[in-house]
Design a protein around this ligand. Structure first.
Ligand code: DGI
Ligand code: FE
Ligand code: FE
Ligand code: FE
Length: 187
């Protein structure tokens, strides 16, 4: 996969602020991956593409979900959950990416899921802690991320679930399953 083509195509899909977020997620994910001794290539590809569809119209995202093999229950939950799964379809069908781990990291980068791989965890967390983010409780998650990926992810999932509940929003069940699963993973 030619990274220059991916970078250029992705940049064209979004405003500059989101493009800069994409590059910060890539750099943050590569730092985590380096510490964990992971192959940087899949980390790079997944980070670049994770928000590819963030600025696509909701109608287009919904249509792609209906046409594809993606879970249809997404349509009953927050629209914020749609861009990752659709980006994974684009990565596969338009960019010919076949590595299931990369496709899953893109697909589940918002929801998380039970049984997340190390790559899925790194992308999820990098998206949450990249330097320009400002969530309540983020300092604690950033600190945990320096020493324990699983503890950081657990805390970040809990913060996200609390944020959604405070706002009287639905929580997509895979997010709850991810949090329950992480609770058993942490040491
Ligand atoms: O696309 P980004 O802004 O970089 O980040 P993202 O794809 O992780 O989207 C995060 C937003 O999605 C976050 O503000 C919370 C919202 N959201 C809505 N419903 C859910 C959800 N996040 C999770 N994890 N689970 C949900 O059910
Ligand atoms: Fe490649
Ligand atoms: Fe996203
Ligand atoms: Fe993102």
């Amino acid at each position: 996969m030619d990274l220059e083509i991916l970078l250029q195509a992705t940049k064209e899909q979004m405003p500059i602020s989101r493009w800069e977020h994409t590059l910060r997620v890539r750099d943050t994910a590569l730092q985590l991956a380096d510490r964990l001794g992971m192959d940087p290539h899949p980390v790079t590809v997944a980070s670049i593409l994770h928000d590819y569809c963030k600025f696509w119209p909701d109608t287009e995202l919904a249509a792609r979900i209906r046409q594809s093999d993606l879970p249809k229950d997404l349509l009953q939950y927050n629209k914020e959950l749609w861009h990752g799964p659709v980006a994974a379809i684009v990565a596969r069908d338009q960019f010919g990416i076949t590595d299931p781990d990369v496709l899953h990291a893109i697909q589940y980068h918002t929801s998380g899921r039970e049984g997340m791989s190390q790559l899925e965890k790194v992308i999820w967390l990098a998206d949450y802690i990249e330097p320009a983010r400002q969530f309540p409780g983020l300092d604690e998650v950033r600190l945990l991320a320096e020493t324990n990926l699983d503890q950081a992810l657990l805390k970040a999932l809990e913060n996200t679930i609390q944020f959604l509940i405070q706002r009287k929003q639905k929580v997509y069940p895979p997010t709850l399953l991810a949090r329950n699963w992480m609770l058993d993973q942490v040491v």
